[in-house]
Design a protein around this ligand. Structure first.
Ligand code: M6R
Length: 612
């Protein structure tokens, strides 16, 4: 989704333009359709924008870059108005130039008002309203630059991360935040701003995260942060741990396959120091919940979006077995506006890779408003959700760059099992069950390594799979959420229409879909439901032979009446879902490559969805 970068440096240099462009490139993974920068060139603002990839912006900027010490940049993911140069940011109006992430909800009303005051709009965006409004106030003789921005902020409704420069104020960069992430990076040579730390990690690791309803007035080497009531805030920069090396492809063709292959390491990282073998439990230092609360919890409510939601669904299957308390999972975009029943002992858990997903954040705030205690299962340290939950578990999976989430799903599921161990040992979880979970987790990195060795086998199958126009993923028990996540992954990166069903549910309607153009991916585990699931497979086989079976059974006869069988190792029921899921990830990846898709940045999708 949209990305903001900006800087104000002590010396004018072409390197500052380079830093803006590099920042934009570092945020490419978030998904975007146009990009642009605006910078002080002499005593004027120069704005360069382009539709499409950053490479075309670079073409426009040319080989010999101009010198500047103040600039802002943006990658846009269209919400209001087509992806086009005219709608791309920065929006420069009069002396003012702005970049904006989020959505201005009252933009139509403001636009009408400004048109009546004589302002002429050139784009279809909600964002241009911000530039017009600030420029309008700035023209009023009694307001200076900061005053004009302050005045404009009082008029805006909705979500925004904003960076603003003024042509006649080359020593000031102003930023503001309301429900859209924004951070300030401090270095000896310049002050940076960004919506994503990735954009500036090559320059600094000293960061100030702006909170909602805060703005900051920045100079080269200076910062003043204010709340919206204009009180100066006492903020302390923190040091973040991000290694620019982690955001390279390291020899892989795509980030997606790199991140799939990183899963054994991600398993080790999320488990590191967290297994308490002595007490058959886990060490989770960040939960921040009183021990006696674990005994009082009467329900767990997981809220998330997309793949994080499917990790939550898998969590429901795992946690209900471990804790014997109801676990509900809600899509955050629904939860935030529903009127769901909660109790004071309902534990709210938000799953999020980015920690910035707007619907998940709004749901978290709703849960807190109801007085619920909340935990976050989050990958991105310092993200807004991570900062607002009462406690949580960091995944330590490293940056996930590909839009399609893979390693974060595995790590979220492992964090779920760790949470189950911790809460369970305050309740009824037996030593025997805890040991099963601990042993399963202990061998998981190796088990995943084993599935990854099927890589070439799955690659060879991809062209066979890619011929189908539709796919149906089936599984039972904890393999049902895995089937849903498998279909989600496939449709995201290959654009093949895919859906998922519990295998036992097909006869109630979806059997009607079985036909020539549809491939069934059947997840069959040799677990307590093996015979039931085999009957479901037989029902499908009776209607089509377009079936790819993925199984941990060694039964040879399963191959009859299918296009192929992928065999994985039989592991514990606690972790089998993750084994099958890696197969799904590899299928999605190789099918997308076979079809020539934009694997890491699929069309119409964004990595971090910071708008509703
Ligand atoms: O950052 P989050 O985990 O909160 O993101 C949630 C979803 O937007 C995300 O999982 C999305 O579905 C991915 N594209 C899945 O691959």
């Amino acid at each position: 989704m949209c990305g903001i970068i900006g800087l104000i440096a002590s010396k004018s240099s072409p390197n500052n333009i380079e830093a803006l462009v590099l920042g934009l490139k570092r945020m490419e993974y978030r998904g975007y359709d146009s990009a642009g920068i605006a910078f002080m060139a002499g005593n004027q603002i120069k704005t360069v924008r382009s539709k499409g990839k950053i490479a075309s912006l670079e073409d426009k900027l040319g080989q010999s870059l101009e010198s500047t010490k103040l600039g802002i940049g943006h990658t846009r993911w269209a919400t209001h108005g087509d992806p086009s140069e005219i709608n791309a940011h920065p929006h420069t109006v009069g002396k003012i130039s702005i970049v904006h992430n989020g959505i201005i909800e009252n933009y139509q009303e403001l636009k009408q008002e400004l048109i009546e005051l004589g302002c002429e709009f050139s784009s279809e965006t909600d964002s241009e309203v911000v530039a017009q409004l600030i420029n309008y106030y700035y023209q009023q003789s009694d307001l200076d630059f900061v005053g004009a921005v302050r005045q404009a902020l009082t008029r805006l409704k909705g979500a925004y991360g904003l960076a603003i420069i003024a042509e006649d104020q080359p020593d000031q960069l102003i930023v503001a935040r309301q429900a859209s992430p924004l951070l300030i990076g401090l270095s000896d040579h310049a002050t940076y701003i960004a919506s994503d730390p990735m954009a500036i990690i090559s320059y600094t690791d000293r960061i100030i995260y702006l909170e909602d309803k805060e703005y900051a007035v920045l100079g080269a080497g200076s910062y003043q942060v204010y709340d919206f009531d204009h009180n100066l805030r006492d903020v302390t920069p923190e040091t973040i741990e991000l290694d620019p090396g982690q955001i390279q492809k390291s020899g892989y063709d795509h980030f997606l396959i790199k991140e799939i292959m990183e899963q054994p390491e991600a398993v080790i990282n999320v488990l590191r120091g967290r297994i308490d073998k002595q007490n058959f439990s886990s060490h989770l230092g960040g939960l921040n919940l009183p021990d006696d609360y674990f005994r009082k919890i009467d329900r767990i409510l997981i809220v998330a979006c997309g793949t994080a939601y499917y990790a939550g669904l898998l969590g429901k299957y795992l946690l209900e077995k471990m804790l014997n308390i109801p676990v509900d999972v809600e899509m955050a975009s629904e939860f935030r506006y529903r009127d769901p029943a909660t109790s004071k002992n309902t534990l709210g858990v938000v799953y999020s890779q980015s920690g910035e997903t707007a619907d998940s954040l709004a749901s978290l705030r709703e849960m807190k408003r109801r007085g619920m205690l909340t935990l976050g299962i989050i990958n991105t340290a310092g993200s807004t959700i991570a900062r607002e939950v009462d406690g949580g578990i960091y995944l330590h999976a490293g940056p996930e760059i590909s839009v399609a989430s893979t390693k974060a799903f595995s790590s979220m599921s492992i964090a779920t099992l760790l949470l189950g161990l911790e809460i369970g040992r305050y309740r009824q979880l037996s030593i025997e069950r805890s040991m099963e979970v601990i042993q399963a987790l202990g061998s998981l990195a190796n088990d995943i390594e084993g599935v990854l060795s099927l890589d070439q086998e799955i690659k060879l199958l991809a062209s066979k799979i890619a011929k189908f126009g539709h796919m149906m993923y089936l599984g039972r028990d904890s393999l049902y959420p895995i089937a849903i996540e498998g279909s989600h992954k496939l449709k995201e990166v290959s654009y093949i229409q895919a859906e998922a069903y519990p295998a036992g549910e097909m006869k109630h309607g979806a059997n009607a879909l079985l036909g020539d153009d549809l491939l069934v991916v059947f997840f069959l585990s040799n677990n307590f439901l093996y015979d039931k699931a085999k009957s479901n497979l037989a029902e499908v086989k009776a209607r089509t032979s377009n079936i790819l079976v993925v199984t941990d059974s060694e039964e040879q006869d399963l191959a009859r009446g299918t296009i192929d069988v992928i065999r994985v190792k039989r592991v514990s029921d606690w972790t089998q879902g993750l084994i099958f899921n890696v197969v799904s990830q590899l299928i999605a990846y190789y099918v997308a490559v076979d079809l020539g898709r934009d694997v890491d940045q699929p069309r119409n999708l964004a990595k971090s969805v910071t708008v509703e």
